[in-house]
Design a protein. Structure first.
Length: 344
């Protein structure tokens, strides 16, 4: 039976040796299993105790129990020690953290495609002497419709699937043409400016429609403004934007209640010479509508149509970005997908 006492001692010693070499919590857990697990050295010893005589049980039972208790305590202490050491190391690391250190592998953020695109467009118009305007996204019926020559029950209201708000006559603007009226009411003539901003439409979402998209609206109001002013400004803008000096435009009639006459501007395809998939082999791409501002709209904005005239145009900025960068799904813009964003 002395043998058993020796065994207990040797187990104690082995455990000590193992614990002295502990590296981390995982290592410690392996050792706990080795000694105290279901099939552990000490657990097996306790199982064997059943086969002992009652005298042996009385003698060794307490010793083995003591061994178990002590071993558990030692393992727990060891655990605490490891946790403390790890926390200390972490603290030291934090203390020595140098916020000014150069990190060559840092991921760089960048502006969203919209921000760059808007800046690019604004710069072109600024270079032509235009101001940058702004206006609210939450609008009243007046600014979005009535003042733009679209009175109550006018069928043109159906063109705009509107998000109406709970407050009477209030809505999310369906186009940036609202800013025409704000500009006329707050600026003095001559007025030349553009606004870029979001518009909202209650539409089914697919690859080319989203409930929210960006538009760019431009106006020029002065004495004797004619359609030829609109043609030349549009042409210059498109030539600069697509970096094609000789890019030509063509004009078709178009209808919007707030312009008279109304036109649609097409540009020559900037991507090919013989027809391609973007221009659907026609060499022409529809870019934006515009026209001379309707006298009723000038009146609503507080400007005398007998004395002044002006042009307005409005394009889908999102659509133009899709065209320029060949993006085939509008939903990417607001997806926040890193793979998409990092290309720009
Ligand atoms: N506001 C019109 C739209 O969103 C576009 C437009 C603007 C047409 C200015 C003519 C003049 O559909």
């Amino acid at each position: 039976m002395d043998k058993l006492e020796e065994k207990i001692k040797s187990i104690q010693k082995n455990l000590e040796t193992e614990l002295n070499q502990i590296k981390d919590l995982k290592h410690l857990d392996n050792i706990r299993v080795l000694f105290l697990g279901k099939n552990g050295i000490i657990t097996n010893l306790i199982t064997k105790l059943k086969n002992f005589s009652s005298e042996e049980k009385r003698k060794f039972g307490p010793q083995i129990n003591q061994l178990k208790k002590e071993s558990e305590e030692k393992i727990n202490k060891s655990k605490e020690k490891i946790i403390k050491t790890q926390a200390k190391a972490l603290n030291l690391k934090k203390q020595n953290f140098d916020v000014t250190a150069y990190n060559p592998n840092r991921k760089k953020g960048s502006l969203h495609l919209y921000s760059k695109f808007i800046e690019e467009i604004e710069n072109i118009f600024i270079s032509m002497g235009y101001d940058i305007f702004d206006g609210p996204e939450v609008e009243s019926d007046f600014y979005n419709f009535t003042a733009l020559n679209i009175p109550q029950n006018h069928p043109a209201r159906d063109m705009y699937d509107t998000f109406w708000l709970n407050k009477q006559d209030m809505l999310m603007r369906t186009h940036t043409s609202t800013v025409q009226i704000h500009a006329m009411k707050t600026k003095s003539t001559p007025i030349a400016g553009i606004v870029t901003g979001r518009a909202f439409r209650h539409e089914a979402v697919d690859a080319s429609h989203d409930i929210m998209f960006y538009q760019c609206e431009g106006i020029f109001i002065d004495k004797n403004v004619t359609l030829s002013n609109l043609f030349s400004v549009s042409k210059k803008f498109l030539q600069t934007f697509f970096k094609k000096e000789n890019l030509d435009i063509r004009i078709r009639p178009g209808f919007f209640p707030f312009v008279e006459p109304g036109i649609e501007i097409d540009m020559q395809c900037p991507f090919c010479t013989k027809g391609c998939s973007v221009c659907k082999k026609t060499r022409w791409i529809e870019v934006f509508p515009g026209g001379l501002i309707h006298p009723n709209v000038l009146k609503a904005g507080g400007i005398n149509p007998e004395e002044y005239s002006g042009f307005a145009f409005g394009f889908g900025l999102t659509r133009l970005a899709m065209l320029k960068y060949r993006i085939n799904d509008i939903r990417y813009f607001h997806s926040g997908k890193y793979k998409f964003l990092k290309q720009f």
